[in-house]
Design a protein around this ligand. Structure first.
Ligand SMILES: Cc1cc2nc3c(=O)[nH]c(=O)nc-3n(C[C@H](O)[C@H](O)[C@H](O)COP(=O)(O)OP(=O)(O)OC[C@H]3O[C@@H](n4cnc5c(N)ncnc54)[C@H](O)[C@@H]3O)c2cc1C
Length: 555
């Protein structure tokens, strides 16, 4: 029997208030204003633009290293630089190679890591600022609401169903139960960022896959306040090498912010071979390197967070249009993994999407054919040019650091072509090597504890992420077949979910002497690593009740 829901109709529904979604809304507002001033028809109003954001407020789920290439924002809002989030232009920058005790500065900073002209920002603050402009322009932002499922219609999408609120852990309605809304729109824009749950649904249902599967990295970040004089605002360092071995793709960053704050973190590709590798611990070890320690010693951890990021690039991009829908930003695989930058491409893709949508609304036509204009405009834009030059970059590191660097050199001189084009890749979860002997299943006493000053265990870090969820709700981490965890995974891979999750969500525990997978869902920082990195692909991350999750204000 069909469930009765309240239905709301919009012209445009944007799912996700990150840089992509907010730029789309702002560009629509600009176009609608001009349209109205010129007395054109049909009447178009930002009141009919809806934006859904699962975070408790705009910016709460924004996490980035924090260097922003201003190219797109300058096109969207030419005066952006006078706004408060842009008070730290990049000053000195350098690239370093670390061994376990030493650091070597590369004589020249490789061009992709050069950052002059860019800004060190808190992406959360940038999103908050953009969100304020969107609200001022009259669009409707619904924070604490998740798009829970898509409405498929006419070979495309027609809107989303938001999550039911006030459901207990058994799935029964509580006193505050509210049925999710049916939000319909002429055009629905998927701007969910990395591994979007609705985007995943759209890509598999409508078969929108790119020519390569998506490959992801996990990024783990801490924000510190350090004693005066340790690091200049605008100082930017990127590091390669220790503590990652040369079979792994990843590196670290240290960026200086105002008020003696430091953004530091590591990104690690989720295609490593050792199923017991622990990215959180690797990052904690990173901080003990003399190069990093000398900046942090005597300082204090302010915030912690983790988030995945799509590394696959142009060849992993899904077809970004369908009848009634578009995919933008990280959901559309538009991050440049060579530069570790996706804020500028996300903003630009949002702007291009808005221009396509405006044309569609004026023509009264949101068909697949009409919306394919978005794809053509992307192809004609600087996004395509930038991503085409690095289209085989990440895939080149499949056999390790040295072959990857050789490939990168070849790609540099051949404008992205390299030795083989396209370089094919596998999804990262197929890269684990099976264990050669079973482990003691439940004993976790060896897990990293940290010293509580410079290094921390995962629970202490989660505490610093501001993560909060309604406890009495259905688990949003759906393990499709838990028997696999106990019967196979422990033997074959040692339950890697216990290691790759940077928030201590997954734990094998004994219950009445029998092993059981315990899921501490309220720790979840929404990084989506489990959905990506589970070797059997049986973990399905779905949005919890809106408003749950981390609070990255200032990240
Ligand atoms: C560790 C790390 C470091 C990075 N460093 C940099 C850097 O220095 N410079 C740079 O340019 N880029 C960097 N990036 C990449 C950059 O952060 C992203 O490319 C950019 O944020 C993508 O923007 P977006 O709007 O597509 O997605 P996001 O910023 O992820 O925003 C998506 C929003 O959608 C919301 N959402 C998701 N699903 C739903 C749903 N179903 N319903 C409602 N809301 C939903 C999320 O809560 C989120 O707020 C980094 C990324 C990571 C993870």
């Amino acid at each position: 029997m069909a469930i009765e829901r309240e239905r709301l109709d919009a012209d445009v529904l944007i799912v996700g208030a990150g840089p992509a979604g907010l730029a789309c809304a702002l560009r629509l507002a600009q176009l609608f204003e001009k349209h109205t001033a010129e007395g054109r028809s049909p009447a178009l109003s930002t009141e009919n633009v809806y934006i859904l954001e699962k975070g408790r407020e705009i910016g709460a789920h924004q996490l980035s290293g924090g260097i922003m290439d201003p190219r797109a924002l300058r096109e969207l809002l030419p005066d952006f630089a006078s706004a408060p989030p842009f008070d730290t232009p990049v000053g000195e920058d350098g690239a370093f190679f670390l061994t376990s005790q030493n650091s070597f500065r590369l004589p020249i900073t490789p061009p992709p890591l050069e950052n002059h002209g860019n800004y060190v920002v808190s992406l959360s603050r940038v999103a908050k600022w953009m969100g304020g402009l969107v609200e001022k322009a009259g669009a409707n932002i619904f924070t604490q609401f998740s798009g829970a499922s898509l409405i498929f219609e006419g070979g495309g999408i027609a809107g989303v169903i938001t999550e039911d609120k006030g459901v207990d852990r058994e799935g029964k309605p509580k006193d505050n139960f509210t049925r999710g809304y049916e939000l319909r729109a002429k055009v629905t824009v998927l701007a969910e960022g990395t591994r979007g749950s609705l985007t995943k649904e759209a890509v598999s249902t409508l078969r929108l896959d790119g020519i390569n599967p998506q490959i992801y990295g996990i990024g783990i970040k801490e924000l510190w306040e350090v004693p005066e004089g340790r690091i200049a605002p605008g100082f930017v360092a990127h590091t390669l090498g220790w503590p990652l071995d040369s079979s792994m793709y990843g590196g670290g960053w240290i960026y200086g912010l105002k008020a003696n704050r430091v953004s530091l973190g590591m990104v690690i590709s989720l295609e490593y071979h050792d199923p017991l590798f622990d990215p959180h611990q690797a990052f904690q070890n990173y901080k003990t390197h003399p190069f990093v320690r000398k900046i942090l010693d005597g300082g204090e951890l302010v915030l912690y967070g983790a988030k995945s990021l799509p590394y696959g690039g142009w060849y992993s991009a899904p077809r970004p249009f369908m009848a009634g829908g578009l995919i933008i930003g990280d959901s559309g695989s538009l991050l440049n993994s060579q530069r570790l930058k996706g804020i500028h491409t996300s903003i630009k893709s949002g702007m291009i999407a808005a221009e396509t949508i405006y044309g569609a609304l004026c023509a009264g036509d949101a068909s697949e054919k009409r919306l394919s204009e978005y794809s053509r405009s992307l192809e004609a834009s600087w996004i395509r040019k930038e991503l085409w030059e690095v289209r085989n970059f990440h895939q080149g590191f499949h056999h390790g650091l040295i072959p990857g660097l050789v490939n990168a050199g070849a790609q540099f001189v051949t404008h992205g072509r390299g030795f083989v084009d396209p370089l094919r890749s596998l999804p990262g979860h197929l890269e684990y090597r099976k264990l050669d002997r079973p482990l003691e299943m439940v004993d976790q006493s060896h897990r990293f504890k940290g010293d509580g000053k410079l290094t921390f265990d995962r629970l202490t870090d989660v505490y610093h992420s501001g993560t909060r969820h309604e406890e009495d709700q259905p688990c949003h981490l759906v393990v499709l077949d838990p028997s696999i965890c106990i019967d196979r995974c422990v033997r074959e891979f040692g339950n890697p979910c216990q290691y790759f999750c940077p928030a201590a969500v997954y734990e094998m525990a004994l219950e009445n002497g029998a092993p059981r997978l315990k899921i501490n869902a309220s720790n979840c920082v929404h990084c989506k690593t489990c959905d990506i990195a589970d070797p059997y692909q049986i973990i399905n991350w779905i949005p919890p009740e809106g408003g749950g999750g981390p609070n990255y204000e200032g990240m």
